[in-house]
Design a protein around this ligand. Structure first.
Ligand SMILES: Cc1cc2nc3c(=O)[nH]c(=O)nc-3n(C[C@H](O)[C@H](O)[C@H](O)COP(=O)(O)OP(=O)(O)OC[C@H]3O[C@@H](n4cnc5c(N)ncnc54)[C@H](O)[C@@H]3O)c2cc1C
Length: 408
């Protein structure tokens, strides 16, 4: 019988400790400064590149860890350091995964190195799917990609919004409509190479949290890219569209949605980010509660404070277990019959919001100031219940999966 263990192996512990050291020594000390500056922390990304944390190799190694725990472990440690800076470090990975998942070997080899640059000249990449009128409702996307057969070029027009690294990226991955009749099944992804004419940054958003991460609109005005920039290639796209049309003719609304399965596998990574932020705030609160004295004793001696800490830690551990379970399921090809990926993201992100608020309460007036990091962590935590599908959308996906109702 296969051995069951809940312990990380020696190699995983080594990677975790190494990442923790980087998060503690490089990310955490820079967190307040870049939060105030509301700018991409290029020097920190460069440090991460120098030690090998900002690279495809590192990401791929964790991605292919056979236990599935490589990515969640890495996310938890980096986001424990600081969510805004960590998102600046891993944001490129989100675009790279889009290419890894759908691109040909040639596309992977050509574009992913250009997404990262090198330690002397670091670059970032952006994944652009959301639009002003297509957030949760991805199927209402309007950005259009039209094939110009004579020139073997695709022409893209539309406005993307909320793109992490949008406009400052060397390489943009853009999702666009190629067949409006097919809803989300009529979408395809395109590489927009560096310096392509017609792509520009729109508004850069001033945000509540994760302020060290750049978020902006991306405007596509008659952007022309070579046919080779369609991820996966034209032949594969034509086959996929033909299958989707056939299924639509047969009343294909009830077919399983492959995109949803991809989300189930990627959402635990966001859950792990939330666990990192929650754990960071909990640790500050625990330390404060054991050292701050009122009424002649540490405040943790009051059950009202101690029980909050007990609940915080219990929720964080439960969130991590859900994240690890879903990550293990993804790597082992287990079917997500109860939307376990969405479950992990929902619980971990709600936990992060709650735990960071509790941390502010435990620190009292100090918790409410920028002298202590928990107010920043609370602002940062709010993003987890919004991006990669809001909490409401996670609940909708879980409920529909349980009920066997199709997810549109
Ligand atoms: C900082 C940041 C970074 C981001 N990075 C990226 C990125 O890199 N690339 C990218 O493509 N996108 C990115 N996003 C976009 C993000 O994924 C969307 O904001 C998110 O999907 C929600 O879409 P929306 O903002 O349009 O909200 P809406 O979809 O308009 O939702 C508004 C509210 O209505 C609720 N709601 C909507 N539909 C339902 C329903 N059917 N049932 C119940 N409630 C519902 C939502 O839960 C939410 O509470 C980012 C967003 C932010 C804020």
């Amino acid at each position: 019988m296969a051995e069951f263990t809940m312990e990380l192996n020696d190699e995983q512990k080594e990677v975790r400790d190494w990442l923790h050291g980087f998060a503690a020594d490089v990310i955490r000390p820079a967190a307040a400064e870049w939060d105030e500056r509301e700018e991409t922390p290029w020097p920190v990304i460069q440090e991460a590149a120098k030690v090998g944390i900002y690279s495809l190799d590192f990401y791929a190694q964790q991605y292919f860890d056979p236990t599935g725990l490589g990515i969640p472990m890495a996310m938890e440690e980096l986001f424990w350091g600081d969510a805004g800076i960590a998102l600046s470090i891993v944001g490129t990975g989100l675009a790279a995964v889009g290419v890894l998942a759908n691109g040909t070997e040639e596309q992977i080899g050509t574009w992913i190195p250009q997404m990262y640059g090198d330690a002397n000249d670091v670059k970032v990449a952006a994944f652009c799917s959301s639009e002003p009128d297509a957030g949760s409702d991805v199927a209402s996307m309007r950005t259009r990609a039209v094939y110009d057969e004579a020139k073997d070029e695709w022409v893209l027009n539309g406005t993307k919004t909320w793109a992490t690294n949008g406009g400052i990226a060397n390489v943009h991955v853009v999702v666009a409509v190629v067949d409006p009749e097919l809803g989300s099944k009529g979408h395809a992804s395109f590489i927009i190479p560096p310096g392509t004419e017609g792509l520009s940054q729109g508004q850069k958003f001033k945000k509540h949290g994760i302020r060290a991460s750049h978020t902006a609109e991306v405007v596509l005005d008659n952007v022309r890219v070579p046919g080779s920039c369609l991820l996966g290639g034209k032949e594969k796209l034509d086959e996929r569209l033909a299958r989707a049309r056939e299924k639509a003719r047969q009343g294909g609304e009830r077919v399983k949605n492959a995109a949803m399965a991809t989300f189930e596998a990627s959402r635990p990574a966001v859950g792990a980010m939330a666990v990192g932020t929650a754990r960071a705030a909990y640790e500050v609160a625990l330390d404060y509660a054991t050292t701050r004295e009122q009424f002649g004793r540490p405040i943790v001696d009051n059950q009202g404070v101690a029980f909050q800490l007990a609940d915080m830690r219990t929720s964080i551990d439960a969130a991590r277990l859900l994240v690890w379970r879903a990550s293990w399921m993804a790597v082992n090809g287990k079917p997500f019959t109860a939307a376990e990926g969405s479950m992990s993201k929902l619980f971990a992100s709600e936990t992060a919001k709650k735990v960071t608020a509790q941390a502010i309460q435990i620190l009292g007036g100090n918790g409410y100031t920028r002298e202590y990091p928990v107010e920043r962590m609370h602002r940062d935590a709010a993003i987890y219940t919004i991006f990669e599908g809001t909490s409401e959308i996670q609940r909708l996906v879980i409920a529909r999966t349980l009920a066997g109702v199709p997810i549109r």
